[in-house]
Design a protein around this ligand. Structure first.
Ligand SMILES: C[S@@+](CC[C@H](N)C(=O)[O-])C[C@H]1O[C@@H](n2cnc3c(N)ncnc32)[C@H](O)[C@@H]1O
Length: 226
């Protein structure tokens, strides 16, 4: 708890960040208050993997993995998949469901923003973690992505672009914010509007970033109007 004091000098922001703690998320699992749980992996991820059968296989980390749908999609596609979550119930459910599906993946209880990775990954896949953390912790989120990824790693994100301001998760973000935060560290390979769950159609955007300190020139980037 003491550690968190360094992120805010304002009592209200500090209080809000504490509310996003392990206890907060664990309680949501224990009470079944899991509006994000769709019973299936991100449609955008499914399409991304299906369209690129030749992607070199390697290690992938899914932080804030929830019950593990996306981790299983990566595992099914032949990646060495790892999921972590701050809520013990999420890790338990993800482990059980992966075993029941006959797939192999590793799960670990971890605070992605604070903990050290077990090793650095080739890929990091984001799906509704960025919008779930308090906006006051977004600098820590970017630092965590850089810490958990290999120096030449790739960061694939399905960002939920909510514009309405909210007191609790999901918190809003924009394409412009994603560009500002990640383009200093990554080359944008491509960004696009993916296929989504019905209630999120048109509200998600995928970003495929490759870590590169110097290059910031878009390669497959589509126009801002996509
Ligand atoms: C909105 S849910 C999304 C779950 C999953 N990605 C999905 O889309 O089904 C956010 C998840 O992130 C987890 N989480 C929140 N803060 C975290 C942190 N600092 N480190 C790791 N996991 C975190 C929560 O426990 C929860 O499972």
């Amino acid at each position: 708890m003491g550690l968190r004091l360094q992120y805010s000098n304002t009592p209200s922001l500090h209080h809000s960040i504490l509310q996003m703690s392990r206890e907060y998320w664990e309680k949501r699992y224990q009470t079944g208050d899991m509006s994000w749980e769709k019973g299936a992996p991100s449609p955008g991820l499914v399409d991304f993997l299906a369209a690129r059968p030749g992607l070199p296989r390697g290690t992938v980390c899914v932080p804030g993995c929830g019950t593990g749908h996306d981790v299983r999609a990566w595992a099914q596609a032949g990646f060495d998949a790892f999921g972590c979550d701050i809520a013990p119930s999420a890790v338990r459910l993800a482990t059980e469901r992966t075993k029941a599906a006959g797939l192999t993946a590793q799960f670990q209880l971890a605070n992605f923003l604070r903990d050290e990775p077990p090793f650095q990954f080739d890929w990091l896949f984001e799906h509704t973690l960025f919008c779930a953390i308090h906006p006051g912790e977004r600098d820590d989120y970017v630092r965590a992505v850089l810490r958990w990824l290999k120096p030449d790693g790739q960061y694939l994100a399905v960002n939920y672009l909510i514009v309405e301001k909210s007191e609790g998760p999901p918190f809003c973000t924009t394409r412009e914010e994603q560009w500002q935060r990640f383009s200093p560290h990554f080359e944008l390979m491509k960004d696009w509007i993916p296929r989504s769950y019905p209630n999120r159609a048109g509200r998600e955007r995928m970003f495929w970033w490759r870590r590169a300190v110097s290059a910031q020139k878009p390669i497959e980037k589509q126009s801002l109007g996509d």
